[in-house]
Write a protein that binds this ligand. Sequence first.
Ligand SMILES: Nc1nc2c(ncn2[C@@H]2O[C@H](COP(=O)(O)OP(=O)(O)O)[C@@H](O)[C@H]2O)c(=O)[nH]1
Ligand SMILES: [Mg+2]
Length: 237
Amino acid sequence: MNTDAARTEDDAGDDYTFDDLSVVMGTYNEEAAIGSVLADIEAVTDGRAEVVCVDGSSDRTPDIAREHGARVVRQEPQGYGVAVREALLAADRPVVVTTDCDDTYPMEQLPEFLEAVNDGYDVVSGDRLYWGADAMPDLNRWGNHAFAALASVLMGERVHDTTTGMRAYRRRVIEDIAWTENTGLSAELLIRPLMRGYDVRELPIEYDERAGETKLDPLTGGAAIAKSVVKVCLDER
Ligand SMILES: Nc1nc2c(ncn2[C@@H]2O[C@H](COP(=O)(O)OP(=O)(O)O)[C@@H](O)[C@H]2O)c(=O)[nH]1
Ligand SMILES: [Mg+2]
């Protein structure tokens, strides 16, 4: 992880505003959460951020998204990473933030993510475990600690939350790297930039209880993530 002193000078001093921000997400039957998530983004960014939803829902999720002014890209449900990759590539603006559409992530911290990019970071990764993540199911929390420990050993650099859904990226990071993982995409989105020398930092974030049902089975999903962590780390070495 880079310290302030390690940031490259040519990146520092950007002045991105919410007009330069896309917030993107995969949405799969999230009608219990999406209204609140999009209202939060609207309120925090004064309605200035672009919002992209890659949607595989059979419920009213896409209608609610459109009512809130989001761009909706329809896609058959094929898993988290397929949707989020599509959403990242569909974004138009120079800074792209991912989130889950489940009301767990703190949209009120969007200004802090943007500020860190303006400070020169290429990737700003929300660390849910820093404050304890009490709202996270125990199994998920243990697993997320284990994935971070595994990735840290394989990368030779300490990271604390490899599977977070909330990060900010400079566009060129998204465009310069070929992304291969599905359930493990979140880990890949942290590991590849770090191992290629991009300026990455983790930012402590709050984590709330989920609205609506999880779309990830903790056991098969966890196994897929562990596999991705190992594969991507070996790939990058
Ligand atoms: N479009 C689309 N979105 C998905 C798919 N699988 C998961 N998502 C979305 O990806 C995000 C993360 O899933 P979530 O259930 O919150 O996983 P968890 O945080 O690990 O419990 C949510 O916004 C889901 O709606 C899918 O197959 N297609
Ligand atoms: Mg989630």
